[in-house]
Write a protein that binds this ligand. Structure first.
Ligand code: GRF
Length: 203
């Protein structure tokens, strides 16, 4: 499966996907990394792995559809079949999301549908929940909504601040995202209405 990854920054989830794909038995290959920011460290990770990487800056376009059309062109030219959002910090229009319907996934640092949006860890701590985690899901036009592919649960410990919790959740993210990609690449994840059915179970 040919994968394109969209990033805006650090790219540690991109790195987890790169590492998974480095195994010749892994059924997916990253053929393009796009960043909307020229200073994203993830671009360096892509270059180091020999993966084509490009900057498509939203600032170079008059409007969002123009920006997204440029990303579409790059993704299509590279033969991308599945787009992974990995810390991509721009909201996508419904037009882009629909063009990539069921071919666009995201990782979010909470157990959706709880704590959509930003600052998930501080909000989870403030809410007093005992567990949080991460979710990989198909993208729908509404932010952080869409059929859930895989989740991982992470405990919130006494004395956690948002940084400590973010670090612990990130470890889970780095397992979850390659896991979800594998399920899709193996053809084991099927969208059925609002849910994803996993052939053989999500283990
Ligand atoms: C991750 O926590 C991801 O869940 C969220 O943004 C962060 C990106 O981190 N959407 P990185 O760029 O993958 O290191």
């Amino acid at each position: 499966l040919k994968v394109g990854v969209l990033i805006s920054g650090r790219g540690s989830n991109l790195q987890a996907l790169i590492d998974a794909c480095a195994d010749s038995a892994f059924p997916a290959e990253i053929v393009l990394v796009l960043s909307n920011r020229a200073d994203a460290y993830g671009l360096e990770r892509a270059r180091r792995a020999g993966i084509p990487a490009a900057v498509v800056s939203h600032r170079d376009f008059a409007d969002k559809p123009g920006f997204e059309a440029a990303m579409d062109d790059a993704l299509n030219a590279a033969g991308v079949e599945l787009v992974c959002l990995a810390g991509f910090m721009r909201l996508l229009t419904a037009g882009f999301v629909e063009r990539w319907h069921d071919r666009l996934i995201n990782i979010h640092p909470s157990l959706l549908p709880s704590f959509k949006g930003l600052d998930t860890h501080a909000r989870a701590i403030a809410a007093g929940v005992r567990f949080t985690g991460c979710t990989v899901h198909y993208v729908r036009p509404a932010m952080d909504e869409g059929p859930i592919i895989l989740q991982a649960v992470v405990p919130i410990l006494e004395g956690d601040d948002d940084h400590a919790l973010a670090d612990r959740v990130l470890v889970a993210e780095h397992r979850c995202y390659p896991g979800a990609l594998k399920l899709i690449a193996e053809g084991r994840a099927r969208v059925d209405g609002d849910r994803v059915l996993i052939a053989g179970g999500p283990a």
